[in-house]
Design a protein around this ligand. Structure first.
Ligand code: SF4
Length: 185
């Protein structure tokens, strides 16, 4: 006889998400993929990396952009609007880099699909990775970056990470406790 399981546990609600690997913004792991060639490491995330299954990504590099590269902003909306064709990404030199940003988002999603990743830990504020980036013309002055928007709309659970913040946040802790992360970390 099948045992009845509680529908209220986090695992049930998230449909097995707790077992998935994580997509992670490479710059948060200390990889120098930022637009200026720099990095923005999260020490807590780096500790987590030693025992977790992580897939580092840099959507801007995956989209074919070089490092270093001019910084860019989303004009005419946010990442969701870029994906629907209503907004563009323009770099500091005035060059339209929309296609590269969209390609990077699609390649990131491809990696998520290939690896079974259903959680993404992305650098907050980036026009690519940010869950709420100010580098856009979103309705409230902030909006999702292009990759964050595509992953979110594709059913990937996205968490915005700032290197200066404590890692993990309480909601993220619920997903990673016992998976290479305990209260003692
Ligand atoms: S925030 Fe995302 S796109 Fe920007 S450098 Fe980091 S990984 Fe690359």
């Amino acid at each position: 006889m099948k045992r009845k399981t509680s529908s209220n546990s986090p695992t049930d609600e998230l449909g097995g998400i707790k077992d998935s690997p994580f997509l992670v913004s490479g710059c948060l792991l200390g990889i120098g993929c930022r637009y200026d060639g720099g990095t923005c490491p999260s020490s807590g995330l780096i500790r987590f990396a030693s025992s977790a299954s992580l897939i580092p990504i840099c959507p801007e590099q995956l989209g074919g952009l070089s490092t270093p590269r001019p910084s860019a902003t989303i004009t005419g909306g946010d990442g969701d609007d870029v994906l629907s064709g209503c907004a563009r990404v323009v770099n500091q030199e005035g060059k339209d880099v929309t296609d590269a940003y969209k390609r990077g988002a699609e390649e990131s999603l491809r990696l998520a699909r290939l690896t079974g990743a259903r959680i993404a830990l992305l650098r907050e504020r980036s026009p690519s990775c940010g869950l709420s980036t100010p580098y856009c013309e979103g309705k409230s002055g902030i909006g999702r970056g292009v990759t964050a928007a595509l992953l979110h709309s594709s059913g990937i659970k996205v968490f915005g990470i700032l290197p200066e913040d404590d890692f993990p946040s309480p909601d993220l802790f619920e997903l990673i406790k016992g998976r290479g992360w305990d209260q003692s970390n």
